[in-house]
Write a protein that binds this ligand. Structure first.
Ligand code: FE2
Ligand code: FE2
Length: 181
């Protein structure tokens, strides 16, 4: 699998979790009581995976191509800004759920708004990468670039996010589906 294909496949996995959270938003708006623990697990999984692993691979890949093409440089700049933005939203949402778990009162509407914003922004960030950044990048990249990047980027079987992580993903996905039933 090429690096871009790996990143795209991460997007598909994250998108499935985000779709469930998006359906969750609708249920919460209709008055269902949330399973905060599960929601906290889902947000921290997505946040950890996206921010610590997926985005760091992307950032290093984009840095490699920086300075070759004005249009790509502009897209890279936007991408970095979005990474910071999405990371801040993820932290804000995690903090909100943590404080609820620690018995701090928060209006339900406020929590649902935060969840909805996070899901929307994370999804639109991934679509921006798939439809614009990766497309432009694949037009400009040469086979030698991919070979060099293969050597440089952290592997997909990173000890922290390798097999253990995919097991965690499967469990989380199953629990979220059960919770939605
Ligand atoms: Fe990204
Ligand atoms: Fe991405």
């Amino acid at each position: 699998m090429t690096i871009v294909a790996e990143l795209h496949s991460d997007h598909l996995n994250l998108d499935r979790l985000l779709d469930i959270l998006s359906a969750k938003v609708a249920k919460l708006r209709a008055g269902t009581r949330p399973n905060y623990r599960l929601m906290a697990d889902a947000i921290s999984y997505i946040g950890d995976y996206a921010d610590e692993y997926h985005h760091s691979r992307e950032d290093r890949m984009l840095a490699w191509f920086h300075g070759r093409d004005a249009q790509l440089d502009d897209l890279i700049q936007q991408c970095e800004t979005q990474h910071q933005h999405v990371q801040a939203l993820s932290r804000d949402l995690s903090d909100a759920i943590d404080s609820i778990l620690n018995d701090t009162l928060m209006p339900m509407e406020q929590l649902i708004d935060k969840l909805e914003t996070y899901v929307r922004e994370q999804k639109s960030h991934m679509a921006f990468e798939d439809e614009q950044v990766f497309v432009r990048l694949e037009k400009l990249a040469q086979p030698l670039d991919w070979a060099a990047l293969r050597e440089q980027l952290p592997r997909n079987v990173d000890p922290l996010f390798g097999e253990h992580q995919s097991e965690e993903y499967v469990e989380l996905y199953r629990d979220l589906l059960q919770d939605m039933a």
